[in-house]
Design a protein around this ligand. Structure first.
Ligand code: PLP
Length: 407
């Protein structure tokens, strides 16, 4: 299925204003009309191909949206100024005050905080469940539930959601399934498995150069137009608009996504296999020991692999911090949050990207202090990287004091 995504992307061709091989960048916040009537009709949403104001849409952002809709196999896509800009707009579009959400308990910390804390303002409650337990998902659905939400491969624990099974539950309750696919572009195509809305933080693999934040909502034309509605569209009214210059640069970076994803996955699988053989506690969906391995195989396009994210538990925050500082010193990557960069990025999610989740809940979901999340880079010589990482562990006695692997 996902090969179709790459083919659809490959077939996209936009000419610039003067026949350039890159589409022209629209460098305007507002647009002129020959006739005042057309301006009125555009406000009403009745004119195709007319631009009004850049918070609504711009040619550059529409080109990028078209590429992302092709990637995800959806009718349409709206780009946003960040992944959170996409997530918050979708939630507020689908939920009214007093509604309820069922979500995976392992999700990005910002999404967790928005659902758990911010939505209290609107009396919107969220049930956080084990998304791999279909009975728990079914049981959590209430008459006022307005969406089931998950990440295809979750941040930071790399749990694999069974999207087709979740879609069946959503269909039975006539509520949409919203999937954040940030960790697995090209590998998994959630809409083909039944997701109604697919979200990405473009900040990560899709842009791939860690130089901006951006996001996207992929869905039906009706849903995407609804988000842009001038009277009650959450996208239009919350105003999380991507700048056209950024939209154009992300579109250019997206052209190498298929090559990058294969290399991220190849390198991550190599390291995960090596560290597992060393007896370390590694989590990677490409390892048969991962509880979601078979589900991932079932849902993914094998050509793009199991993704670039891997976690390693080195037992304590002290070990994790010392290891990350040493790896950075040895030029193995950066001690930094985020993912999808050409260099390896590592951070301890318990004290960074998931610190919004209270400690007791972190423990319950298996997020230990010593857990390091790696976004594996595009290193040409991954064997050398492995050897250097291992030298760091030896220097810090991490291999001797490693936590026991529970088989
Ligand atoms: N979704 C996932 C899975 C993420 O990891 C992140 C950020 O780390 C986001 C959404 C939020 O994206 P952004 O930082 O672009 O707002």
């Amino acid at each position: 299925m996902s090969q179709k995504a790459a083919n659809d992307l490959q077939d996209l061709q936009h000419f610039g204003e003067y026949g350039g091989v890159n589409p022209s960048i629209s460098d305007s916040s507002t647009y002129t009309f020959i006739s005042a009537k057309t301006m009125f009709d555009t406000f009403e949403g009745n004119t195709e191909g007319c631009y009004l104001y850049s918070r609504h849409s711009t040619p550059s952002n529409l080109y990028l949206g078209e590429a992302l809709a092709a990637l995800e196999g959806t009718e349409s896509a709206n780009v946003t100024a960040s992944g959170m800009g996409a997530i918050t707009a979708v939630i507020l579009q689908l939920c009214d005050a007093g509604d309820h959400i069922v979500t995976s308990r392992t999700i990005y910390g910002g999404t967790y905080a928005f659902m758990k804390n911010f939505l209290k303002k609107f009396n919107i409650e969220t049930s956080f469940v084990d998304i791999t337990d279909m009975n728990a998902v079914k049981k959590a659905i209430q008459p006022n539930t307005k969406m089931v939400y998950c990440e295809s491969v979750s941040n930071p624990l790399l749990e694999v959601a069974d999207i087709a099974a979740l879609s069946k539950i959503s269909i039975a309750h006539e509520i949409p399934l919203v999937v954040d696919n940030t960790f697995s572009p090209l590998s998994i195509r959630p809409a083909a498995l039944g997701a109604d809305v697919v979200i990405h933080s473009l900040t990560k693999f899709i842009n791939g150069t860690s130089d901006c934040v951006a996001g996207v909502v992929c869905g039906t034309t009706e849903f995407c137009l609804g988000l842009k509605d001038v009277n009650n569209g959450a996208g239009m009214l919350l105003g999380s608009t991507l700048d056209s210059l950024r939209g154009a640069s992300i579109l250019k970076n997206m052209r190498t996504l298929h090559i990058r994803i294969k290399k991220h996955s190849e390198n991550a699988l190599y390291l995960a296999e090596k560290f597992e053989a060393d007896g370390l506690r590694v989590v990677y969906p490409g390892l048969p020991s991962h509880p979601g391995h078979l589900k991932m195989m079932d849902q993914m396009h094998p050509q793009y692999g199991f993704g670039g994210l891997m976690t390693l538990d080195v037992g304590s925050l002290e070990n994790a911090n010392a290891f990350m500082e040493l790896m950075q010193e040895k030029k193995l990557g950066y001690l930094a949050v985020s993912l999808g960069f050409y260099k390896t990025l590592f951070s301890a999610p318990g004290s960074s990207t998931s610190s919004e989740i209270p400690e007791d809940e972190q423990k319950e979901m298996g997020l230990g202090d010593g857990l390091i999340r790696f976004s594996i880079g595009l290193d040409d010589d991954i064997q050398r990287t492995y050897e250097l990482m291992k030298q760091c562990m030896v220097q810090l006695n991490i291999l001797e004091n490693k936590p026991k692997v529970n088989k």
